[in-house]
Design a protein around this ligand. Sequence first.
Ligand code: AHR
Length: 666
Amino acid sequence: MTVAKFTYLTAALLTAFSFNSSAQKSLPIIVNADKVTAKVQPTMWGVFFEDINMGADGGIYAELVKNRSFEFYSPLMGWSVKGKKITEGDVLILNRQQNPITNPNPRFLRANVKNADNRGDFSLTNEGFRGMGIKKGLNYNFSLMYRQAKPGVKMHLELLDEKGNVIGSTVFQPAESGTEWHKQGLSFAANATAPKGKFAIWMEGTGIIDLDMISLFPGDTWKQRPGGLRADMVQLLADMKPGFIRFPGGCIVEGRDLATRYPWKKTIGPVENRELNINRWNTEFKHRLTGDYFQTYGLGFFEYFQLAEDIGAEALPILNCGMACQFNTAELVPLDQLGPYVQDALDLVQFANGDVNTPWGKKRAEMGHPAPFNLKMMGVGNENWGPQYLERLKIFTDSLKAKYPEIKLVNSSGTDPNGDRFDFLNNNLRKNKADIIDEHYYRSPEWFLSNATRYDNYDRNGSKVFAGEYAAQSNGIASEKNQNNWQCALAEAAFMTGLERNAQVVNMASYAPLFAHADAWQWTPDMIWVDNLNVYGTPNYYVQKLYSLYKGTDVVDIKTGKKVVAGQDSLYASAVVDSKHNELIIKIVNASGKAQTRNLQVQSRHKMPATGILTSISTPNLKAVNSFDNAINVSPKDERMAVKGKTLAVAIKPYSFNVLRLPLIK
Ligand code: AHR
């Protein structure tokens, strides 16, 4: 929907408000802090991770070398091989053996180097994922796998800036010779910053050397883990204190066909043994073709579990249910051949939780995590629909519940939050007493405003809801013109009051997608944008963060007159108590462009404090966005608010999202 339309709508509501526009004339908002209506699940607000928009490779997975193992469909994609002393046949891409089961990473590069003595004679240069972010003073960790049938080659490693200037260099001397493969590495520093640098290797000497897994990581990864994640990106997630992290998607779970579905078992163990897969977003959108998008699985299931643990989130893996994406090939695994898929799900529980003496628990321990990851839930299928989904889901559910009754299963309700497909699945899943139903909404800001009461009449005792993917679309669903603007974030904030109010039904929620690389995205809007060196949270990020940080433990009653606050005078509100910190937390959205002062009456057995903290995000400009240059243009600001007694006159700014925290004095 357009901004103009939104403005028109809110203006209409405003007219009604102006008629009655003083704190005295409007009905007060009454919060009964003693009337608990639901428990807030610790998992309530989480994050949805998918390798879309170069979110993993080229994004949070900090590897700087693109196509490090020459397994892309064009084996030299990302590389340029040059030199006066290279003649035909001196650089070959060879295959170790044909059997991908015993050798999932078969290709390597053979360099036959003859009398090379300077950079111009024989060099390999990698362009990175839209360049490489190189930081002055930082160490870079280089490693590779090699074997030398004919030793005699020394390698000069160089970091280059955009103009080709050398901004860091060292010499790498392969130590081993013979027909066996060896892994060796070293670290060296950059002496300048380059947002779109490159990495070059030039050869000196004479010899034949085979190269594979040519890798370069910055030294400042999250927790300084070798081969780890970009710390700045993880930090933004950690700052949210998310209740869960869903991974690895999204449609990537399904694949465009079954052959390219997400295969979790191939994503664990030594990185050099993880088999590359095409990324389904590579060719999904004609307007954003990304031919160099593959999945190396350097960020695999072990790393996802570790990330969840690091940021204090419950892990929520989603597995393929025997169906490829129904927008693409819609391939189906025949029911009598579903065994291996179900086994993958069973084995995943063992990988996460099993004793180190179990086959899959042992693999986890070998990767450095003998303690279980304490997996509690799992999704079966993403955005799958129709009777074919129900048939397959039943087979998964029967097996998983028989062996692991404690694991909660997340079921798909398809692609849309309404319509025939949704109704068919939702009715059947509820009849089948699904643990958790995953609902997705990519809709206009208006939809979010008018659906703030969506869950008010859902069955309190039936299946729980996971609002698994949502984002207001400023232009159209998945339109490349969509913006992460304040209009969208504000509409999401209003909708989220309804999720919070209905925490008895909605146990989990996550905005989607999570990350986008500014030079390599396919889908917008996205919660966090990055380039090679920087990262910023959108207004949507700050809305999500405030909900997550101030989720409280118990939902309490908040009304105006006898009604929930869901659009009257363009206001939306919900309230929780945090029983751990003895705090009443009130969230109020003003979706109109007019300042409003409302009386807020607090009913509580506790005394009121002298002051509260009001955290607000507001801007009169609904089109306002954040950017690399102005990362906190739309972001929260705190102010102390004097409190006298239990009736507060709250000044609510135009187009604002407000979180008021009031200590409850015993
Ligand atoms: O979030 C982007 C995509 O939207 C997800 O992969 C899919 O589940 C949904 O259609």
